[in-house]
Write a protein that binds this ligand. Structure first.
Ligand SMILES: [Zn+2]
Length: 242
């Protein structure tokens, strides 16, 4: 008579324990979903909104936009970033299906049209890297980002054969320097080799560019980049940062 009673108790205990474990798991799942809903930047399935802080899922989502101009434009619209969608232009390897122009970027001279992913990477770089770095190093805002152009129908390094440059589709932009609101000028060519605040600022913003652009080439890469940062959204490489 005793044995069945004990095993009935043990059996009920085992069943109770399974229920408790199940309830804990459900609790963790619900808490996790609630947490993800409050932190969409960490949720790989949440639509990207650039107003959210950067999170675990942000880089993957940005990289995925490189092949998806429509989705990229949807993210700009959702995030209320001012931009103009332009008509496709050009022929052959320099055909640009995806052309947009940022609405209020401090680019000088003027804001060039680029691919949407390049415009987006620039927007994030300006907001999350350039402005904080200028504030931290100089206590000033950025007035101008001086560029050397985005579109150029040519192969890599202007060679007669070989792979086409990302500039051939304006999927890249070359940055030569910065002007702060207090009038300070920072030049990649002049100030990169130094050791003062300007050199520190340049290294900081070069490193920071690597979180939003796929490829970042600076004077450290080779002599062809002594006077500018080459920033692009190439789908071939992932985070080349030199
Ligand atoms: Zn370039």
């Amino acid at each position: 008579m005793k044995r069945p009673t004990i095993s009935r108790h043990v059996g009920r205990f085992r069943a109770d324990r399974r229920v408790v474990i199940l309830l804990i798991l459900v609790g963790i799942l619900v808490a996790g979903r609630t947490w993800l809903a409050e932190h969409p930047e960490h949720d790989p399935w949440a639509p990207l909104d650039l107003r959210d802080p950067a999170g675990w899922a942000t880089e993957t989502k940005l990289l995925a936009l490189r092949d998806d101009p429509a989705q990229c434009r949807a993210v700009f619209e959702r995030s209320e970033v001012a931009f103009t969608a332009l008509e496709p232009a050009g022929e052959g390897p320099c055909r640009r299906e995806d052309r947009v122009q940022l609405g209020d970027a401090p680019l000088s001279p003027g804001t060039p049209s680029t691919t949407c992913p390049t415009a987006m990477a620039f927007h994030l770089w300006e907001r999350d890297v350039l402005e904080p770095a200028a504030q931290e190093v100089f206590g000033s805002k950025i007035a101008q980002v001086e560029h050397l152009g985005a579109f150029s129908c040519r192969r890599l390094y202007g060679r007669g054969s070989g792979a086409w440059s990302e500039h051939a589709t304006a999927n890249a932009i070359d940055i030569a320097g910065f002007v702060l609101e207090d009038g300070t000028r920072i030049s990649v060519l002049r100030d990169w080799p130094g050791e003062g605040d300007k050199a520190r600022f340049l290294r900081q913003v070069r490193d920071g560019a690597c979180t939003s652009f796929a490829t970042v080439l600076s004077p450290e890469y080779n002599a062809a980049h002594a006077d500018h940062f080459h920033l692009d959204m190439s789908p071939r490489w992932r985070s080349v940062c030199r």
